[in-house]
Design a protein around this ligand. Structure first.
Ligand code: NAP
Length: 310
């Protein structure tokens, strides 16, 4: 008997932390293609492409003809974006505009990954999708400008704002804390920025549910647009670090400090917790608490660098 033909999806930034988990999750139901600036071309259906180069992208769209694109490729170094604004703009704004334009030309649906850093953090309750964004740093500005280009270009799109990602396939806060705790056993971590840590595998699963609920059901056009998605609960970076040490059993001296104590090029919002009701209503799903997600992540990492030797 012939197998069912799978819809084609194209993931940009497939070599990144989120991209690799997306590839794994979507592979069950879709024919997954990927592009990246620095790809592992040994993998099938993965291509080298720079999203700032529209002509190169167009050739791939023509070849693949994706049903949907998940656009995760980005200039993600928040501090470096302050000094390399031109490059951050080229990748985050113009690159996203290229992707949105080609989705329009080739009639593909789009999920664009954005950030909680579009908000200034002055709110006292969780941000909803219609709250006015006001980014504090250049990275946030570039992602907001990208959101606006997507909305101007397309109808069938989803913008997912997410936060504080950690995943097994990339550099992240969990690995940084573990490495630093092991190296000098003395950590100072900011306690005045509150957000929601999010495991990339949880987020990939959430995007899979959103795809089914928004693009593959009888849902109305009103279900397009912005969604806030992160693991449940909230904490400061200090509390996140505390949980990492507690769950890994690594002994280290951990001290809470204010943001002003640690000099960083980019300003961050003090509070960027987001309300996920819209996502939960349309999918009927809720992502687990960030601490449970951290436990899942650590069990994935068990045989790698994170856990101390027994
Ligand atoms: N990390 C977070 O905490 C966080 C929070 C909120 C939202 N987000 C958003 O979530 C998405 C995924 O984040 P992530 O942390 O998984 O990012 P990541 O690991 O940095 O992955 C991004 C991927 O895109 C690639 N890329 C960069 N410039 C490109 C270009 N011009 N053309 C093609 N590919 C390019 C990167 O390659 P190189 O590594 O070689 O540059 C990398 O493989 C991003 O859109 C990010 O803005 C992230």
């Amino acid at each position: 008997m012939m197998g069912k033909i799978k819809k084609k999806i194209l993931i940009t930034g497939i070599q990144g932390m989120l991209g690799q988990d997306l590839s794994q999750v979507f592979d069950s139901d879709y024919e997954v293609y990927g592009i990246d600036i620095n790809p592992d071309t040994d993998k099938p259906r993965v291509f080298l492409a720079d999203i700032t180069q529209r002509k190169d992208l167009e050739a791939l769209f023509l070849q693949i003809k994706p049903w949907m694109v998940i656009h995760g490729a980005a200039f993600t170094n928040v501090d470096l974006a302050e000094s390399e604004q031109e490059q951050a703009k080229a990748v985050n704004v113009l690159g996203t505009e290229n992707i949105a334009f080609l989705c329009q030309q080739y009639n593909a649906k789009l999920i664009f990954i954005s950030t909680d850093y579009v908000f200034d953090g002055n709110k006292k309750t969780a941000y909803i999708e219609t709250d006015k964004p006001y980014p504090l740093n250049y990275y946030g500005c570039s992602k907001l400008a990208a959101e606006q280009r997507v909305a101007a270009c397309l109808t069938e799109y989803i913008i997912v704002r997410t936060s504080w990602l950690f995943g097994t396939k990339g550099k992240n806060f969990v690995k940084a804390i573990v490495n630093k705790a092991r190296a000098d056993g003395d950590l100072k971590v900011v306690n005045d920025q509150i957000g929601s840590p999010t495991y990339t595998l949880s987020l990939a699963q959430a995007l899979f549910w959103l795809t089914k609920s928004v693009f593959q059901s009888e849902s109305e056009q009103s279900s397009y647009g912005i969604y806030h998605v992160s693991n449940s609960g909230q904490c400061s970076w200090f509390e996140f670090a505390q949980a990492i040490l507690e769950l890994t059993g690594i002994k280290a001296k951990l001290e809470p400090v204010d943001s002003d104590y640690i000099a960083r090029a980019a300003k961050r919002p003090k509070f960027s917790v987001m309300d996920k009701s819209r996502f939960e209503k349309i999918t009927g799903k809720k992502l687990c608490l960030w601490k449970q997600a951290l436990e899942q992540y650590l069990s994935q990492e068990k045989n790698q660098v994170v856990l101390p030797e027994e």
